[in-house]
Design a protein around this ligand. Structure first.
Ligand SMILES: Cc1ncc(COP(=O)(O)O)c(C=O)c1O
Length: 393
């Protein structure tokens, strides 16, 4: 849980592990320690717990437990999806399609595959709110296309892509569709049948589970090769002794998040909407980034004209507020992120991004205190006047 003296508005970077999740994991750090691959009873106790966690997650995803591979997190799941599909492809010059607004776990992986592994890649642009168009995807598919990889909900700007429509295009063209659903875990529908996708990456620490564990959904029959070789764990698709406590924690976190999804979304959306309307009403020269409504319910992201986003983050931190300017991985980088650049904003706006993501422990007072802090900091950073108007809730 965040400490009471600070305000934590960075739930997109990571969430605190739910106490019920911690409690569920604890016996697997001590009393239940067997290797799930061992045939003796100690091993089998762990194996059963791992399989129970797999079933819990499969239920939420509406898939078979055998279609899930446990990994070390979202990045590994993304890597296995892309590299595994590429390795399994029989095409001589396999082609990948992705967008310009992906997390680095996709963007850097596609770039390396294109540079060093002889595949070709298309990076589709997005519109000013971060949407990729299905027509563009249809037009980009060639006879060599193996896989389309699209971020379900964007980590930096919150935009939710029309995955079911994209899936229909990929199905028609007989091309695999992978979605990076790492940010979607706590809030969006993860039913793989409704989404119509072939591969989906998840990471537990984004939905009140532990860090260092994730999963890749692989639709039955999808051609995929092993990337991490060694033992035969995870149906031969991911070698390495299972991280039993973390897998158990991920299963529990997924159960809890599914039970609470509706009330959680309603609560965070109300807080987020207040935050967005107050920022847009009370400050000059600020814009919302991402789609105004087709976005994660807990996600607010802005650009301030003529404000240094990193300085803004530092000042917020000194005021006791944890925020972000984009994804955690690019914090400290003075360059505008690729996602912000892709939105086509004028240059003076690009370095002024601020991401505020609310969650389980956020209160209305946290929002008020954050707005007060921004009133103090933003004018100092750019020397402009602040226009104060009543809040529209
Ligand atoms: C959209 C997206 N994909 C992938 C990742 C990487 O996940 P992990 O930190 O679990 O490796 C993140 C983490 O921020 C993310 O937001």
């Amino acid at each position: 849980m965040p400490t009471s003296s600070r305000i934590y508005l960075d739930y997109a970077a990571t969430t605190p592990c739910d106490p019920a999740v911690v409690e569920t994991m604890l016996p697997y750090f001590g009393e239940v320690f067997g290797n799930p691959s061992s045939i003796h009873r100690d091993g089998q106790r762990s194996w059963q717990a791992v399989e129970q966690a797999r079933k819990s997650i499969a239920k939420v995803l509406n898939c078979h437990a055998s279609e899930l591979v446990f990994t070390s997190g979202g990045s590994e799941s993304d890597n296995l999806a892309l590299r595994g599909a590429l390795l399994a492809s029989e095409k001589s010059t396999p082609h990948l399609i992705t967008t310009t607004v992906e997390h680095h776990a996709i963007g850097h992986t596609v770039a390396q595959l294109a540079k060093e592994f002889g595949c070709t890649a298309t990076y589709l642009p997005v519109d000013s709110v971060g949407f990729v168009s299905t027509e563009q995807i249809r037009d980009a598919i060639t006879p060599d296309t193996v896989l389309v990889s699209i971020i379900y909900a964007n980590n930096e700007i919150g935009t939710i892509q029309p995955i079911a429509e994209i899936a229909a295009v990929c199905r028609e063209a007989n091309v695999l569709l992978h979605i990076d659903a790492v940010q979607a875990g706590s809030q969006l529908d993860l039913d793989v049948e409704a989404l119509g996708i072939d591969l989906m990456s998840l990471g537990a620490h984004k939905f009140y589970g532990p860090k260092g564990v994730g999963a890749l959904y692989i639709r039955n029959g999808t051609p995929i090769s092993v990337v991490q070789t060694g033992g035969a764990q995870e149906q031969g698709l991911r070698a390495g002794t299972h991280n039993v406590p973390l897998i158990i924690g991920m299963g529990k976190a997924m159960e809890l998040v599914q039970e609470r999804r509706e009330s959680y979304n309603a609560r965070v959306k109300a807080l987020r909407d207040t935050l967005v309307s107050r920022v847009l009403n009370e400050f000059e020269a600020v814009r919302l980034t991402g789609h105004p409504s087709q976005r994660l319910p807990n996600h607010a992201s802005f650009v301030f004209d003529n404000v240094d986003g990193n300085a803004l983050l530092m000042h917020l931190d000194m005021a006791g507020i944890s925020a972000s300017s984009g994804s955690a991985c690019s914090t400290g980088n003075p360059e505008p992120s690729a996602v912000i650049k892709a939105l086509g904003l004028p240059e003076s706006w690009q370095l002024g991004s601020l991401r505020l993501t609310v969650g389980m422990h956020t209160t209305a007072t946290d929002i008020d205190r954050t707005i007060d802090a921004l009133h103090d900091i933003v004018p100092r950073l750019r020397g402009t006047q602040v226009r104060i108007t009543p809040t529209v809730a």
